[in-house]
Design a protein around this ligand. Sequence first.
Ligand SMILES: [Zn+2]
Length: 250
Amino acid sequence: MDVRIHPLNTGFIRLDKGAYITPGDGYGMEVEVPTWAFYITNGKDKFLVDTGMSETKTADWHHKGSYQPEGFRIDERLEKLGVQPKDINAVFFTHLHWDHCSNMKLFTNARFFVHAKELAFARDPHLLYHKSYESEKLGVVPPFQGVEFQTVDGEFAYNDYITLFPTPGHCPGHQSVAVKTAQGLYVIAGDAVFADENLKPDKHRNLLFTPMGRYVNVFDMFDSMEKIVTRADQILTGHGMSVSFKPDYP
Ligand SMILES: [Zn+2]
């Protein structure tokens, strides 16, 4: 069977468009965005990219008004595809913000891949990012507490169709996942390309894409977006509506 990518919507986050998505355009405009994880299979191997967001109470604590509808938890999403958490062989994390790694401990047989820099930062985040990583310093338990990871550093070909590559900027150790399919190279960008608006050309500055509003390093963010746009035939964003246009890809 050919390689297929199934997007799994794990819930909705409310945020300020001008602050997060398109700086300079839409400040004060609250929008609701889906939160994607992805299931990849060739019929035999079973992988995830990210495990999605938390239940509503925690989500609302992060961003007021955010919620996880019933049946949207990662394992419930997989169940609809006939996949059990114990069947997952590996999870490739784009990064360890709360909305990308909640419920990861459900995957008892999986190896967890993360960039070394991301793991180090997540375990001891800057004060400004305590909440994003659900730091113990806030008296909560991070989703990755006590979990054993396989760290990668730089580009890493996992097998003949999945390659992880660094795309820092949104956070220090962000990475994206390139998936070779029968119809070209898909890049699961994670939050290195946040939403659909970011894939549109920035006409004012004559750019092929629209830089995002949320990052730890603006130059890395820009370079990573450029890298993804150059490399990919198709891009699947971390929080874009258009990911939902098809039940699976290609
Ligand atoms: Zn996110």
